[in-house]
Design a protein around this ligand. Structure first.
Ligand SMILES: C=CC1=C(C)c2cc3[nH]c(cc4nc(cc5[nH]c(cc1n2)c(C)c5CCC(=O)O)C(CCC(=O)O)=C4C)c(C)c3C=C
Ligand SMILES: [Fe+2]
Ligand SMILES: [Fe+2]
Length: 341
């Protein structure tokens, strides 16, 4: 069978580090109602305000991490696509970005031209969030409908607790853990608390007690990003042979004034340094490819914050990128887990 395609989808990056390109990208990203989940007029107003200063600041940050062949996130996702294509014998492997290029629309049209019959859509996010997974699925649904594409489509669900994924994460971190360290911080992309309340199907879970995410199960666990981050963390720590005292979890990349899920990475970096941690490892398991949020926010600014608070060395553990065990895990997950769209 060679007519079963795989469509890998990551978040996307600006086309270049020019302020105009960063503004265009941020506008598309932040106007997504799954990202800023407010009624259109209010969202338009807030995004217009963000777009006054942020494009220039973000362009500078992108410039500091940009590679000769483009955005790290896009370059690394392309490498992953190439490695996965070597193992996916069922059909073509395409890559799309939710924002910017190549779009989901372009990729699905390419697959239609290639004559595929079935598409497995793989959002490259281990943990569920409306702002990542749902928006990818809904955009694919919109394109399929508006272009009347004839595919059978299934979707890789979040794989935050899947053994292949956790084993790949542990294998990729192993060389760094072996170097010795005082503490490991698992820093995940943050989310506004409001998003967690919205996705909670019971209306009774989420942030109402200190350990609510730790105790989550069933439908609640399936929709709670924070709970899934905690599961990834404990699953990873168990496989890596870490004791509870050796690691902790935090959430980075806050934007705006709303309350985001805690603890915040900035506060954790400072608290760990003040507690006497000298050598800190940081992993970012919400991202499967290194990007501005890992390289610049943690690798540059986070390192400075940690040192300013008295820490000595912050080592950023690379994301899974195109690690061979991750490539094999992703192929295996895409064969084993997908459910109908
Ligand atoms: C309301 C704002 C945002 C939400 C919600 C959000 C969720 C979210 N994002 C990722 C993954 C990535 N985000 C990236 C960059 C980025 N994220 C936001 C805002 C929200 N993200 C902004 C404004 C930016 C742009 C950079 C900046 O100006 O600071 C990236 C990196 C993209 C790159 O080009 O490198 C990723 C990846 C997840 C996983 C997530 C929810 C869990
Ligand atoms: Fe983000
Ligand atoms: Fe929760």
């Amino acid at each position: 069978m060679t007519d079963h395609a795989l469509l890998l989808v990551n978040l996307g990056s600006p086309a270049s580090t020019a302020v105009a390109d960063v503004r265009r990208y941020l506008n598309q990203f932040l106007m997504d109602p799954y990202v800023i989940d407010l009624p259109w007029p209010l969202r338009r107003l807030i995004v217009a305000m963000i777009l006054i200063k942020r494009p220039a600041a973000s362009a500078e940050a992108y410039h500091s991490i940009w590679w000769e062949d483009g955005s790290p996130l896009v370059v690394l996702s392309r490498r992953l696509q190439a490695r996965v294509a070597e193992q996916w014998s069922e059909g073509p492997v395409e890559l799309a970005m939710r924002y910017g290029e190549p779009s989901i629309d372009t990729a699905l049209q390419r697959l239609a031209k290639a004559g595929v019959r079935r598409v497995t859509l793989a959002p490259l996010y281990p943990q569920f969030a409306d702002s990542t997974v749902t928006t990818v699925v809904e955009e694919a649904r919109r394109v399929l409908h508006s272009r009347n594409l004839p595919f059978e489509v299934d979707v890789l669900p979040p794989f935050y607790d899947q053994p292949e994924y956790l084993a790949a994460l542990a294998a990729s971190a192993q060389p760094y853990l072996q170097q010795g360290f005082d503490h490991l911080l698992l820093s995940y992309h943050g989310l506004p608390e409001r998003h967690l309340h919205k996705s909670d199907p019971t209306g009774s879970h989420c942030l109402k007690g200190a350990d609510c995410c730790q105790r989550a199960s069933g439908d609640v666990l399936a929709s709670c990003y924070r709970a899934q981050c905690l599961r990834t963390s404990s699953g990873f720590a168990e496989r890596a042979g870490l004791s509870d005292a050796q690691w902790s979890v935090s959430f980075q990349s806050r934007l705006g004034r709303a309350k985001w899920i805690e603890p915040y990475t900035e506060a954790s970096l400072e608290a760990l340094a003040k507690r006497g941690v000298k050598k800190l490892l940081v992993m970012c398991p919400a991202f499967v490819a290194d990007c501005i949020e890992t390289l610049e926010e943690i690798g540059d600014r986070g390192r400075e914050q940690f040192r300013a608070a008295g820490g000595e060395e912050l080592v950023l553990v690379p994301c899974l990128n195109d690690h061979p065990q991750w490539v094999a895990a992703l192929v295996s997950l895409c064969r084993r887990l997908p459910r109908g769209l």
